[in-house]
Design a binder for this molecule. Structure first.
Ligand code: OXD
Ligand code: MN
Length: 593
C-alpha cells in the first residue's frame, strides 16, 4: 500500500523496486504497532537483543559487523557534474559513472529480502524549515533507528503532497564488503546512495548525508545554512532564555556541552541550560532580521564510552528507555549494557561488542570506542520546551572551538561577522591519543564541517560571508578552547559544567552587557569577568588561560596560509585579508596578552 499519490515518488520507487528486486515492499507508516512488530522481528532474527525491560524499558542492543563500526570518509563521495565544484576536501566521481556503478551493485540486491520505504522529515513536519525524504532500505535496524532520529510516516507524505523537491535515498546492505562500501551524494539531483554498510553515520541518511551534505547545498541555493552545530538555550535567573549554537570537531564534548548542568552555585542563582540539539543546526533569517535555528533531528546518536552520570547525567537518563545501543557491552548479570567510562566498576562478566566473552582482565575493550546510543530527544530531562517549535529559536551567539593545548585562549570574540567567519575557517583540533596516528598534530576542520560540507569549501566560506551581509541582526561569533594545558600537561580548565562560566560571559557580550579587552585575536574577557566563584582556578591560572603566545600565533598564521593555499584560488579575498590583518596585529605585538 502506497502512502502517497505523488507521481514522482511513486515512479522513482517503482524504478528502484525493479532494480533491487525485493520479495515485498513495506511502507513505514510511523504507527507504533508497526514499529513494535518490526522490533519483534528484529529480535527473532537476531538483529536486536532485547535488554532487561524492567531496568531499560523499550531498549535493545545491536552489534554491527566488526569492519563496519564508523563513518568512512575515504569511501564518501560528492558526485556533481564538475569535479571542481566538489572542491579539494571531498572525494569526487563523475555522476554518470557513479550511478552505473551503484546501480550495478543494487541490481537484485534485495532479492529474498524486504524493501522498507521510510518517508521521513528533517525538522518538524510542516514547519518552514522542514525538508522531506524517502529512504529505501533492506535493514530493519535502519528503520528502527530512523524512527528515533527523524520524524517518519504518513504525515510526511501528506505534508509533501505533490511536491517534487524530496530527497531520494537508497541503502543496500549487500554483503558489507568494506572494499565495496560507498556513501554517495548526488547534490544536483538530491539523491543519496549507501552501499555495503549498516553503520549509523553511513546509513541513517537523514543525519550526515541529508541534514549536512545535501542540505549544505540546498542552503546555499536557497539562502540558509546547514551546520554541524549543537543548539542550547541559557536561561538567566530572570527567566530570559538566550540561544547559542556551537561547532566543534569530534572528541571535543559536543553532546556534553549541549546537555550541560551548571555548577552548584550558578544553579542556585537560578541559571538553567536547555538542549535544543546536540549535532546539527539548520539556520534561517527570521522576519525580525535575526538568525533562527532548528535541530532537524528527533533523537541523539551519541558516543557511549565516556558518558556517565558524572560527565553527562542528562545523556545517561536519555538512554534509560526506548533506546537502541550499538556495539556496547552486554552485562550478563542483569542483561543491561556497559561501556568504558560509564563507572569504575566494570561487570565481572560481559559479552563484548563483538559478541565474545569478556571479563575485566580481558586485554581488549568491552565496548567499541565508537559504540553508540540512539535515544529519542523527548527522553532528555533538559530538552528545551522550544524543541518542537516550528519557527525554531533565535540565535544570539555562534561558538567555534577545538582542542588546542596552548594556542587558543579559553574564549575570545570576533571583531565582526567576517572576522568570525575567518575564525571558523581556520578552526583546528590537535589529535589525541584516542585517534590513530601521531598525537598533537593539528588537523584543520573548518566550522567542524570538513567531512560534511557537500561542496567546495571555499564556496561554503563565501556563502557564510554572503549570509553575513543578509542578516540584519547577526549573532556574535566566539571561539572557545576547553583544552588548554599547564606546564605539566594537565588541563588548566575544569571543563564540563564549569563551561557554563564561559557561556555566561558569551551571553553577556552577545547582549552588549559588559566590556572586553581588545587584543590581537579579538575581544577577550577581563580576567575578573569570568565568574570563578567556587572554582579552584586562581587569577594567575585564569590569566594563563587567556594568554596568547606570539610565536605560536605566528605559526598558526603560517598554518592557516598553507591551508588556504591547499583550498585554492576560490578562497574569498575577505578571508585572506582577515588572515593578513591578524598576522600584522601579532607582528606589531598589538595587545598581546
Ligand atoms: C557524529 C560525528 O557522529 O560528528 O556526530 O562523527
Ligand atoms: Mn556530529
Amino acid at each position: 500500500m502506497n502512502l502517497t499519490k505523488n507521481k514522482s515518488v511513486i515512479s522513482w520507487i517503482d524504478e528502484m523496486t525493479k532494480l533491487t528486486k525485493p520479495d515485498q515492499v513495506v511502507w513505514i507508516t510511523g504507527e507504533e504497532e508497526q514499529i513494535a512488530q518490526l522490533r519483534e522481528q528484529a529480535v527473532a532474527e537476531g538483529t536486536l537483543i532485547r535488554l532487561n525491560q524492567e531496568k531499560l524499558p523499550g531498549c535493545y542492543l545491536h552489534r554491527t559487523d566488526p569492519d563496519d563500526v564508523a563513518r568512512v570518509e575515504d569511501r564518501t563521495f560528492i558526485c556533481c557534474k564538475n569535479e571542481s565544484d566538489a572542491g579539494p576536501t571531498n572525494h569526487w566521481m563523475d555522476p554518470k559513472l557513479m550511478y552505473s556503478k551503484m546501480y550495478a551493485m543494487a541490481d537484485g540486491a534485495y532479492k529474498g529480502r524486504t524493501m522498507y520505504v521510510i518517508p521521513y522529515s528533517m525538522s518538524i513536519v510542516g514547519s518552514p524549515f522542514a525538508k522531506y525524504g524517502f529512504e529505501l532500505t533492506d535493514s530493519i535496524y535502519v528503520v528502527l533507528n530512523m524512527h528515533i532520529m527523524t520524524r517518519v510516516g504518513k504525515s510526511v507524505c501528506d505534508a509533501l503532497g505533490d511536491d517534487t523537491g524530496f530527497i531520494k535515498g537508497l541503502h543496500c546492505q549487500c554483503n558489507l564488503d568494506p572494499k565495496e562500501k560507498y556513501i554517495v551524494h548526488f547534490p544536483e539531483d538530491n539523491t543519496i546512495i549507501s552501499m555495503n554498510s549498516n553503520y549509523g553515520g553511513n546509513v541513517l541518511q537523514g543525519k550526515k548525508c541529508f541534514a549536512l551534505r545535501i542540505a549544505s547545498n540546498l542552503g546555499r541555493q536557497e539562502g540558509w545554512m546547514a551546520e554541524h552545530m549543537l543548539i542550547l538555550g541559557i536561561e538567566n535567573p530572570r527567566g530570559k532564555v538566550r540561544y547559542v549554537t556551537a561547532a566543534f570537531p569530534s572528541a571535543c564534548g559536543k553532546t556534553n556541552l549541549a546537555m550541560l548542568i551548571p555548577p552548584e552555585g550558578i544553579l542556585k542563582e537560578g541559571w538553567k541550560v536547555w538542549c535544543v540539539g546536540d549535532d546539527i543546526a539548520w539556520l534561517r533569517i527570521g522576519q525580525d532580521g535575526r538568525l533562527w535555528a532548528v535541530n532537524p533531528e528527533n533523537g541523539f546518536f551519541g558516543v557511549a564510552p565516556g558518558t556517565s552520570m558524572k560527565s553527562n547525567p542528562n545523556a545517561m537518563i536519555s538512554t534509560r528507555k526506548d533506546t537502541i545501543f550499538t556495539n556496547v557491552a552486554l552485562d550478563t548479570s542483569d542483561n543491561t549494557v556497559w561501556w568504558e567510562g560509564m563507572n569504575k566498576t566494570p561487570p565481572a562478566h560481559a559479552i563484548d561488542w563483538r559478541g565474545r566473552e569478556w571479563t575485566p582482565s580481558s586485554p581488549e575493550k568491552a565496548a567499541h570506542p565508537n559504540s553508540r546510543f540512539t535515544a529519542p530527544a523527548r527522553n532528555c530531562p533538559c530538552l528545551s520546551p522550544e524543541f518542537d517549535n516550528p519557527q525554531g529559536v533565535p540565535i544570539s551567539a555562534i561558538i567555534f572551538g577545538g582542542r588546542r593545548a596552548k594556542t587558543a585562549p579559553l574564549v575570545y570574540q570576533s571583531f565582526n561577522w567576517n572576522h568570525g567567519v575567518f575564525m571558523g575557517s581556520i578552526m583546528a583540533s590537535e589529535t589525541t591519543a584516542a585517534a590513530t596516528g601521531a598525537v598533537g598534530v593539528v588537523r584543520r576542520d573548518p566550522m567542524a564541517m570538513l567531512p560534511f560540507c557537500g561542496y567546495h569549501m571555499a564556496d561554503y566560506w563565501q556563502h557564510w560571508l554572503d549570509m553575513g551581509r543578509k542578516i540584519p541582526h547577526p549573532p556574535k561569533i566566539f571561539n572557545v578552547n576547553w583544552f588548554r594545558t599547564d606546564d605539566d600537561g594537565n588541563f588548566a580548565w575544569p571543563g564540563f559544567g564549569d563551561n557554563m562560566r564561559v557561556l555566561e560571559w558569551i551571553i553577556a557580550r552577545a547582549s552588549d552587557e559588559i566590556g572586553a579587552e581588545e587584543t590581537a585575536l579579538g575581544y577577550e574577557p577581563y580576567t575578573r569577568d569570568i565568574n570563578a566563584k567556587g572554582l579552584d582556578v586562581t587569577t594567575s591560572v585564569m590569566r594563563d588561560l587567556l594568554s596568547v603566545d606570539r610565536n605560536l600565533w605566528l605559526e598558526e598564521c603560517k598554518g592557516a596560509r598553507e591551508y588556504y593555499k591547499k583550498i585554492g584560488e576560490r578562497v574569498p579575498v575577505e578571508l585572506w585579508e582577515e588572515l593578513e590583518a591578524l598576522e600584522s596585529r601579532i607582528n606589531r605585538g598589538y595587545h598581546i596578552r
